[in-house]
Design a protein around this ligand. Sequence first.
Ligand code: SF4
Length: 177
Amino acid sequence: MMPLTRLLDAGYAITAWFMNPNIQPLAEYLRRREAAGICAYHFGIPIIYEDATWNITNWLRSVRDRDEAPKRCKYCCESRIEAAFAKASQLGFDCVSSSLLYSIYQPHEIIRACGERLAQTSSVEFVYQDFRQDWQAGIDAAVSLGLYRQPYCGCVYSESERYQKKLKRLIEKEALS
Ligand code: SF4
């Protein structure tokens, strides 16, 4: 929500691009896809869905030698920014930005550095803003729109980390009874 709000306020004509090759499970991908569509509709902007890139087998293979954070997350974020530049270039867009710059959990400086590095050798400009300043405003806006909010980052590792605490509590409870 907030990256779109800020960039529209700044006068950019935006096309949203939904590209998430590793969201697990697929039902979660579909929930986020739907939320992205509602968001685009809300702002009156077009959205492109890159559904053919969703491929959990390929993605897991691509991180097999770097499956621990932060290496995995660095690869994950950089590969998305690289893909965004390639897509923008292919479609003749002038600029690229990313909703990844909104997250307080993502490696912000890695995302920024990647965008700035790619812009140096591309005709596509990188539009950097620290959207994290709008973290709470983004939550409030999503709630007021009834928008689905993701409970974990996205990949199977983050889904596991999210629910491991619950499993740990159950194990401890069983051990006490
Ligand atoms: S935790 Fe998030 S940033 Fe890290 S690899 Fe998983 S989806 Fe990507």
